[in-house]
Design a protein around this ligand. Structure first.
Ligand code: SF4
Length: 226
């Protein structure tokens, strides 16, 4: 790898942006919808999560006060497409309670909290792991937190920039320590990674179509197939 890490990460992002265009994430109308979408997207495709969000919306339930007061069975019925719907109904209701009680159901109040304190508070909620919480912090609260996931591990380990079994924290440090702290960049970079992992760098990678296989003749994916 000729380029230092910071240069490599920037080159990869620029190549993805040139190939795919800006991804305009998160696909939601309001910060609260983003928060609920992040919980519904756990362990399922976005298509499934989006259907569950639409069901909540159509039923008039995409409201923190109503979710707080609802029976989990009623929430569960609406979010069946997101799978694990009983667990997710509990998580959504508990999250909505905290959002109402501690942040007055006001995304600005939540975003005003100190990032580390807010992260710890959300991580303390049952069923909310680092990826979900960081998604809420970045996409709903516009905090400069880089979200990583299984696609990140797959792509960047194939690239030779991460070990295969890299932990969440290890992956996150790669980006946090080598990129400018920039919410807009973090927002779209993660979205680009999901796009690449979803469409090209799949379990069986389609390297001949990959926009980052070789960049500028100097940077090359170590795991790329000829
Ligand atoms: S070249 Fe192949 S292995 Fe490397 S990132 Fe692209 S699709 Fe994945």
């Amino acid at each position: 790898m000729a380029a230092p890490l910071a240069d490599a990460l920037s080159l990869i992002y620029n190549a993805l942006l040139a190939a795919f265009g800006h991804q305009h994430w998160w696909p939601a109308e309001t910060p609260f919808e983003t928060m609920i979408g992040a919980i519904l997207a756990q362990n399922v495709s976005w298509t499934n999560a989006a259907q569950a969000v639409r069901n909540l919306e159509s039923a008039g339930m995409l409201d923190p006060h109503l979710l707080t007061a609802a029976d989990t069975a009623d929430i569960a019925r609406l979010i069946v497409p997101s799978r694990f719907y009983n667990q997710k109904a509990e998580r959504i209701r508990e999250f909505a309670r905290v959002y109402v009680r501690e942040f007055q159901a006001d995304p600005t109040a939540m975003a005003a909290a100190e990032t580390g304190v807010l992260r710890e508070r959300l991580l303390a909620l049952r069923g909310l792991g680092k990826e979900t919480v960081d998604t809420i912090l970045l996409y709903a609260c516009e905090k400069p937190i880089f979200v990583v996931d299984a696609y990140t591990r797959r792509i960047f380990s194939r690239y030779g920039l991460l070990p295969e079994g890299a932990s969440y924290d290890h992956m996150q440090r790669l980006f946090a320590e080598n990129l400018e702290e920039d919410v807009a960049l973090f927002n779209d970079y993660h979205a680009q990674i999901v796009r690449l992992g979803n469409t090209i760098c799949r379990k069986s990678p389609l390297c001949d179509r990959c926009p980052v296989r070789v960049i500028g003749g100097t940077l090359r994916c170590a795991g790329g197939r000829a």
